[in-house]
Ligand binder design. Structure first.
Ligand SMILES: [Mg+2]
Length: 170
């Protein structure tokens, strides 16, 4: 694995809602560790929308363990998780891997059967790859009013070009 591979997701989806239990089963993914902001909800939504909650419920019902990992503070994560009840890690310091590794241990699922889902290459994907687990990138739900995120997206495009070359167009 080259250094560059740390920035290239294993899979890409327009939204978490497109990720089906069949896909997870085919890829032997038994635990999903999900980023919150712009992956499951916008920054301004304290709770998951019904369609997101339904997707999480359906995924969990298919036998996949779910946990939440966020660089956001504890209050945000605690409130968001109040209607879900998953294992969580807040102020996780992604792309550093310490909190992710700890969370994976708590889930009891093997690393090889775990994947991280997130919307950012430089935090979510990089964190997963450094920890030696698979990364699923989704499109950010909302980047409006976040010029810094747009700036990062500009650099992420380079890595997504490599992803497309490897996987064919998505
Ligand atoms: Mg995010």
């Amino acid at each position: 694995m080259s250094f560059k591979d740390n920035f290239i997701p294993d899979h890409y989806f327009e939204s978490v809602l497109r990720i089906k239990p069949e896909f997870l089963a085919e890829n032997n993914i038994k635990c999903l560790i999900c980023d919150i902001d712009n992956t499951l909800a916008t920054y301004s939504e304290p709770l998951p929308q019904k369609k997101i909650k339904d997707w999480l419920d359906m995924t969990e019902a298919s036998g996949v363990r779910i946990a939440l990992i966020s660089n956001n503070r504890e209050k945000r994560v605690y409130t968001f998780n109040s209607v879900l009840g998953y294992l969580t890690s807040s102020s996780a310091g992604k792309p550093f891997t310490k909190r992710l590794e700890k969370l994976i241990k708590k889930t009891g699922v093997k690393k090889e059967e775990t994947a991280v889902i997130g919307d950012q290459i430089f935090t979510d994907v990089l964190c997963a790859k450094r920890a030696g687990i698979r990364a699923i990138l989704v499109r950010s739900i909302d980047t409006r009013g976040k010029p810094f995120l747009k700036f990062k997206k500009f650099f992420e495009r380079h890595f997504m070009d490599i992803y497309r070359k490897r996987h064919g167009n998505y």
